[in-house]
Design a protein around this ligand. Sequence first.
Ligand SMILES: [Cu+2]
Length: 123
Amino acid sequence: MTTTLKSSKTLLVLAFSGLLIAGPAFAANEHDHGGHGAAAPETQAPTSTAMTRGVVKKVDKAAGKVTLSHGALVNLGMTTPMTMVFRVKDSAWLDQMKEGDKIRFFADNADGAITILRWEAAK
Ligand SMILES: [Cu+2]
């Protein structure tokens, strides 16, 4: 029984490291307890600036928006996966996204709209 618990925890840690592979932010946080990320609870949940996985469902170039099904976005209070529409910081990004693409992204509130501020293609 302990073996099962231990290996599932290992899997979680592996998955978590994979999500943060591109992020120097994670290493910085280890030296920065109670710093700028003061609102983030001390748990194993993704940090507020971590990249989140998403799948492109629809690209609307005319409106400058993209629909993604996405994982938790802690900084936006979305703790469970959902599908929703995002604005993008740079409308040229919509030419690089297409339905079915897997991405990793960071979104936040910008001018009152939830906006993708960074993203990259994911495998
Ligand atoms: Cu959402």
